[in-house]
Design a protein around this ligand. Structure first.
Ligand SMILES: [Zn+2]
Length: 385
């Protein structure tokens, strides 16, 4: 007899999906904040100009309801964040407790709605991936958010909410890989004691938030690799092949979440790392084969040209689309229209920031600190697996 109490199993989507929103085009953290530059809208515009983003693959992000955020954040913090948006002001007590209305985490018009939209994408991604698939949410990756306070431009921690949502929707073992220039302190805070969440973060040493030490081990599943300024593509390829891929493969995850921050490239003003975007795309590609569910998030990225080019290339990689050496005029128009002002001057783009998406590779010697860090982590991985 047919069991009518069970709905038919949803089928995994046969193609990758992109979750975005117009809220990112139309909002800014303020005139001189690093997040004054457009990012997600550039990725959407470039992807459409390249004919990589048909309507059937685009999902408009829902905005998370306040109650959906309390899987990680406190009720009091969410209420304070909403109240700050409404009032466009905070009290001294709120600023001190919740770090709202600070230079890093300023008051701005959409200060609740915008992060709640990227959190909504991460929560939805967990549901949509219940039967497997690939989802890209470049607005996600706000990995510094803490339960009761904003931190480092991050009002909410959407990667934590994504991992929780994936778990509610059938993924037990989740590998989180973070290649932003900054340590994923909020994500480590959430899952350091969870043996079912593998945490790998590669980040610049001696840079804010100054957490993420090589020695952090959680319950054996935390692997931090602080890397010196100047890290190049050859070093990142070694890290990929000797650390990230073996750890993820050995973990046999039900889902992989990649935080693909774009601030570790040479052109970015917020780090001193020297990757080209090829390094990121190679990791995006390599991780795609390692689990049935794959969620790729954005993160940092503060040069409007380098972040737009890198993240559009991430989508091309997930799609299996070929990135041409020179992009067509319609895509060049998107890049040409970007502007970037600093308090001192207007920055003018390099010619290849307009005509190409792919950087030239940045090769070179591998720093001894990276090799020794990899040895420490490899020895720890042998004990853990
Ligand atoms: Zn960053």
């Amino acid at each position: 007899m047919q069991d009518v109490t069970h709905a038919p199993l949803a089928q995994a989507s046969p193609f990758p999906r992109f979750i975005g929103s117009e809220i990112y085009r139309n909002s800014s953290y303020g005139a001189w904040h690093p997040l004054r530059v457009p990012r997600v809208s550039t990725v959407m515009d470039l992807s459409r100009a390249m004919r990589w983003l048909p309507a059937a693959q685009f999902i408009t992000s829902p905005r998370a309801k306040p109650a959906a955020l309390t899987g990680f954040h406190t009720d009091q913090y969410i209420a304070a964040l909403q109240a700050a948006e409404t009032a466009q002001a905070v009290s001294d007590e709120t600023r001190a407790r919740h770090a709202l209305g600070t230079p890093s985490n300023p008051i701005f018009t959409e200060m609740y709605r915008r992060p709640a939209t990227s959190a909504g994408a991460s929560l939805l991604a967990g549901e949509l991936l219940s039967k497997g698939g690939v989802i890209y949410s470049p607005a996600g990756g706000t990995h510094h958010g803490m339960p009761d306070r904003a931190n480092g431009f991050c009002y909410l921690n959407d990667p934590v909410l994504a991992i929780q949502s994936l778990r509610r929707n059938g993924a037990q073992r989740i590998a989180y890989v973070d290649i932003d220039a900054h340590h994923a302190d909020g994500v480590e805070h959430a899952f350091a004691a969870d043996p079912d969440t593998l945490l790998i973060s590669v980040h610049e040493a001696n840079r804010w938030p100054r957490t993420g030490a090589l020695a952090d081990c959680g319950v054996g599943q935390v692997f931090n690799l602080p890397v010196p300024a100047g890290m190049n593509d050859d070093a990142m390829a070694l890290i990929r092949d000797d650390l990230i891929l073996p750890l993820v493969a050995g973990f046999r995850p039900d889902a992989v979440v990649l935080q693909c921050g774009a601030d570790a490239v040479t052109e970015d003003p917020q780090s001193r790392l020297c990757l080209s975007n090829n390094a990121h795309w190679a990791i995006v590609q390599a991780l795609a084969a390692m689990s049935p569910r794959y969620l790729v998030l954005g993160g940092g990225g503060y040069n409007p040209w380098s972040v737009g080019r890198l993240w559009a290339g991430v989508w091309a990689t997930l799609q299996g689309a070929e990135i041409p050496d020179r992009v067509p005029d319609v895509a060049q128009d998107v890049l040409q229209a970007l502007t970037w002002q600093t308090p001192q001057r207007t920055r003018h783009p390099e010619p290849h920031w307009i005509t190409t998406l792919r950087d030239d590779p940045r090769l070179g010697p591998i720093d001894a600190d990276i090799r020794s860090g990899l040895q420490v982590l490899a020895a720890r991985a042998r004990q853990w697996v």
